[in-house]
Design a protein around this ligand. Sequence first.
Ligand code: SAM
Length: 204
Amino acid sequence: MSEPKRMLLPGWDVSRETMAKLEQYGDLIRKWTPKINLVAPASLPDLWERHILDSAQLLPLAPTAPKTWTDLGSGGGLPGIVIAILSPDTEVTLIESDQRKAAFLRTCTRELGLSATIRPNRIDEVAPLGADVVTARALAPLPNLLPLVARHLAPDGIALLPKGKNAQTEIDDARADWGFDLQTHTSHTNPEATILRLERITRA
Ligand SMILES: C[S@@+](CC[C@H](N)C(=O)[O-])C[C@H]1O[C@@H](n2cnc3c(N)ncnc32)[C@H](O)[C@@H]1O
């Protein structure tokens, strides 16, 4: 008999084991947030939708089975740990300079049996990683973010950057100094949010 599946997002089933790991990860965030503020405490009742599904929705926007994925300013592992759970064959690197958060991320990889690499450093101090996919959630406005993204993205790589209501202003501001091909996707979890998918990022 085939393994029972559960629906993560419409049209996207995952195994029971994967779903259990996502739930276990949510439990770790709930346990540690009172100590180190991994997510806004007020968002904890909606943790699944606001943070876990919000992160998971990035994966289908990436090329199929990317070999390497770097998440910048991962904080509590959003989206890096979620991607490492959902795409176990991808080499995921999480860069997070806050040492307590980096310790939490190491706990996640150990307890969830993930092969992700945690870099407890500043993004601009890590040697360029040439990743197939770079993500950064709630890290910085696009003009400040692009130098960090460009540092770690492969020349033919894809950046996936969740943005809020100010997405268009950030895009317009970034165009002053940068060239890029852009697709925008409305978030499944917040109709006011947009996911930017950038390719061929170059300094103007
Ligand atoms: C607002 S939090 C967002 C965390 C996570 N991505 C999320 O969506 O919940 C930004 C995180 O980026 C980290 N950060 C900020 N600047 C950084 C830098 N230059 N290098 C590494 N980490 C950085 C901070 O320590 C913080 O954990």
